[in-house]
Design a protein around this ligand. Sequence first.
Ligand code: UD1
Length: 428
Amino acid sequence: MDTIVINGGKQLIGKVRISGAKNAAVAILPAALASTEKVCLNNLPDINDIRTLVAILEDLGIGIRRRGRHALELNPAKLRSYAPSYDLVKKMRASYYFMGSLLARCGRAEVPVPGGCDLGPRPIDQHLKGFAALGVEIEQEHGLIKLFAKKMRGAHIYLDVVSVGATINLMIAAVTAEGRTVLENAAKEPEIVDVANFLNAMGASIRGAGTDVIRIDGVSRLGRVEHAIIPDRIEAGTFMLAAAATGGEVVVDEVIPKHLEAVSAKLREMGVTVDAQPERITVCREDKLLPSDLKTFPYPGFPTDLQPLAVALLTAAEGVSIVTENVFDGRFRHVDELKRMGAQIKVEGRTAVVEGGTPLSAAPVTATDLRAGAALVVAGLMARGETILSDAEHIYRGYEQFEEKLRGLGASIRRTRGRGSVLSRKTI
Ligand code: UD1
């Protein structure tokens, strides 16, 4: 168990460089094995989810050479298994992308039912419905999803829900299916465009990624590629919200401001100054925060991954803010922890009513998932005194050098690894 200790009450000031996008990288690494030739990836984030994926790929036989901290060279020709190991796959939800990539490469996959952040029920019925439409036989037994296709054929697939994972997984699988696949009601996240660009650079024929209709014309094989991952808009949004929460001034560097328009607009509504330049965004708060209602939606809406951080921020805005979570059921587990810090929040179904204005007070809290963990760090930065965050390892699945980057902005924050309590005992 890792712990993060934060001494809050300090403004964040300075510049922070944003890493490569986790949600693009966790799809692109599995997608690499759809090719049989060398794949070079740059701007990979140095996070635990990537370490897990590299371990899965190596376990499947893929040759991997590290080229520094953020780049890898893969040799997918060496693939020798279509069954990723349970011990590794259970660590992360995005391991479901091995279904699409193994189908594209060899028409066969046996993937354990995926793990990942607990955000309520997270079915994969749309992935499976799409695979079936491509002609894949599907069996589920002993905790494994077994997929087999003698030959995949392009199909017209209408997704009942807008799903990032299903859109990407079906796009990857369809790359080598015979004929044309049309994905309707596809998700439009920038990470989907990045995966499509990567696959196209390998020789795939995908058009329409970033819109709600994606057309894929199957090709017989994929070749070599060098690709750089796009910047992580969720990491960038985290630092933007943290800057506003601490009343500081932060330059969020090496980002694509277009990907952050929903966040910038919401911050401006709250009275925060947001200045977008071509590759950076400066966030500065001088005045009091204004309350604001917020609804999460698939891109280009306000991202659900930043909702926990927005709730933490809104505790500082005097007045009532209503936050509606439209993407996941049960994504309010951070609220109980924020209440331990004195936040006045009521949750009913998909809505949280935040009565802001009472300063947070430092407390021992627990990270229940990746983004909830980040939100509690931001809450700790806002609160005076020492906040001790347990189960902090969730954060390192998705944030590169989180406490180092925050320290670079002036935060007082440190991480202790492994077991042992850092809470001091009051003795009689
Ligand atoms: C991805 C992101 C995650 C983000 C989420 C929504 C990755 C690795 N993770 O997760 O950070 O919070 O998008 O932006 O990219 N659904 C179904 N059936 C399905 C698939 C999804 O009902 O087959 C539902 C989900 O339960 C959820 C909604 O669709 O309510 C959106 O989920 P989805 O976009 O698929 O999320 P993930 O791809 O898992």
